[in-house]
Design a protein. Structure first.
Length: 321
C-alpha cells in the first residue's frame, strides 16, 4: 500500500528575512495524493512517450475567483509515482500524469501536457524554474499540478517561458511564480501565493528579492483569468517590457492582493502598452503603497471596469506612476 503524504510549511532559511507569510506560516495538511512506493531512478531522464491518456482542458469563466486549496493542484486521491532527477521532454504530444518529480522539468517539444503531478525541484546553483519553456515550444498545458520546491532558495522560480496554458495550478514557495518571456500565455483558475522573499538576495546584488506572482517581460495575448493571487513582496503582476513590447494583456475575474502595488505597469524604453484590459477583479488592501491596486504611466490606456476593493467594495482607481 502506498503511503499518504502531507504538506508542511517550508523550513526556516538562513540569510533571509521572511515576509508576512513566512512569519506566520500556514501548515498544509492536505492528504491530496498518494505516492507510489517505487521510484523511477534517474538523474536526467528524457521522456519520449505517452505516460497516460489525455484529458481535455476547458476554460471556465468566473464572476468571482474561487481558486484555492480545494480547487488547485493535484486532485485528492491521485496516485503519484516518484521520479528522481530532472525531466527533459523531447517528444511532441507527450503527456505526463501522476508524477512526483524530484527535479526540474524542461520542455523541448510541442504540445506537451503536464497534469495531476507535483514538481518539487532540486538544489540549484543559478536562477531557474521548476518548469522551463524558455524555448517557447507551442501548446504546453499544465493542469491540476502543484509547484512547490523542496529546496527553497533565491534561485528557484515556478514557470519560465511562453506559449503555455496553466489551469488549476498551485504555485508557492518560489521567487517568481510565473515569469513570462513571450506571447500566448493563459493563467486561469490557479492559486499563486506565499512567495519566497529574501532581504539579502544574491541575485539582486545583495538587495531585497524582486519576487512577483507574475512578471511579464515581453509578449502579446497574455490572459490572467479567475485566479487567486497573493503573497508577493514586489507585485502581483509586474509588466516590465525588459525584453520587448507587451500588448493585449487581459486581467479579469481575479482575487488579487499584495506587492508594493498589486499590478505594476512599467513602459521603460518600449512605450505604451496597447490593449490592456483590467476588469471585474477584487483587490485586497495589503499593499506596501496604501490603496495601490494598479499603478501605470498615464500614456498606457487601460480599459478598467468593475474593479473593487474587498471587503468594503470601494471602486479601484489607477495610480499614475
Amino acid at each position: 500500500m502506498p503511503n499518504r503524504t502531507t504538506r508542511s510549511h517550508r523550513p526556516s532559511h538562513t540569510n533571509s528575512t521572511p515576509n508576512q507569510h513566512q512569519r506566520h506560516p500556514r501548515i498544509f495538511v492536505r492528504s491530496r495524493f498518494l505516492v507510489g512506493a517505487s521510484a523511477i531512478a534517474a538523474t536526467a531522464f528524457a521522456l519520449t512517450g505517452i505516460v497516460s491518456p489525455a484529458q481535455a482542458v476547458t476554460a471556465v469563466h468566473f464572476r468571482t475567483a474561487t481558486a484555492g486549496a480545494t480547487t488547485t493542484g493535484v486532485p485528492s486521491g491521485t496516485a503519484l509515482t516518484v521520479h528522481s532527477g530532472d525531466l527533459t521532454i523531447t517528444k511532441a504530444g507527450t503527456i505526463v500524469s501522476g508524477l512526483d518529480i524530484r527535479g526540474l522539468v524542461k520542455i523541448q517539444a510541442a504540445n506537451v501536457t503536464i497534469k495531476n503531478s507535483i514538481v518539487r525541484g532540486r538544489t540549484m546553483n543559478a536562477p531557474g524554474a521548476l518548469i522551463n519553456n524558455l524555448g517557447g515550444f507551442s501548446g504546453l498545458k499544465i493542469t491540476d499540478t502543484e509547484l512547490y520546491p523542496s529546496n527553497p532558495s533565491p534561485d528557484v522560480n515556478g514557470i519560465y517561458g511562453y506559449n503555455f496554458t496553466a489551469t488549476r495550478v498551485e504555485i508557492h514557495g518560489v521567487i517568481d511564480a510565473v515569469h513570462i518571456t513571450g506571447s500566448n500565455v493563459t493563467i486561469q483558475q490557479s492559486w499563486l501565493h506565499s512567495n519566497l522573499h529574501y532581504t539579502n538576495d544574491p541575485n539582486q546584488g545583495g538587495s531585497a528579492s524582486h519576487d512577483d506572482s507574475i512578471q511579464i517581460q515581453k509578449g502579446s495575448n497574455i490572459r490572467v483569468i479567475g485566479n487567486t493571487i497573493s503573497g508577493a513582496h514586489s507585485a502581483g503582476v509586474q509588466i516590465t517590457q525588459d525584453r520587448g513590447d507587451v500588448s493585449n494583456f487581459t486581467f479579469t475575474n481575479n482575487n488579487a492582493d499584495g506587492g508594493k502595488c498589486t499590478i505594476n505597469i512599467a513602459q521603460k524604453t518600449y512605450g505604451p502598452i496597447y490593449g490592456a484590459v483590467i476588469t471585474d477583479n477584487k483587490f485586497g488592501r495589503n499593499t506596501r503603497v496604501v490603496n495601490c491596486a494598479i499603478i501605470s504611466p498615464s500614456t498606457t490606456k487601460i480599459s478598467t471596469a468593475r474593479n473593487y476593493y474587498t471587503p468594503d467594495s470601494k471602486i479601484v482607481s489607477v495610480h499614475t506612476g
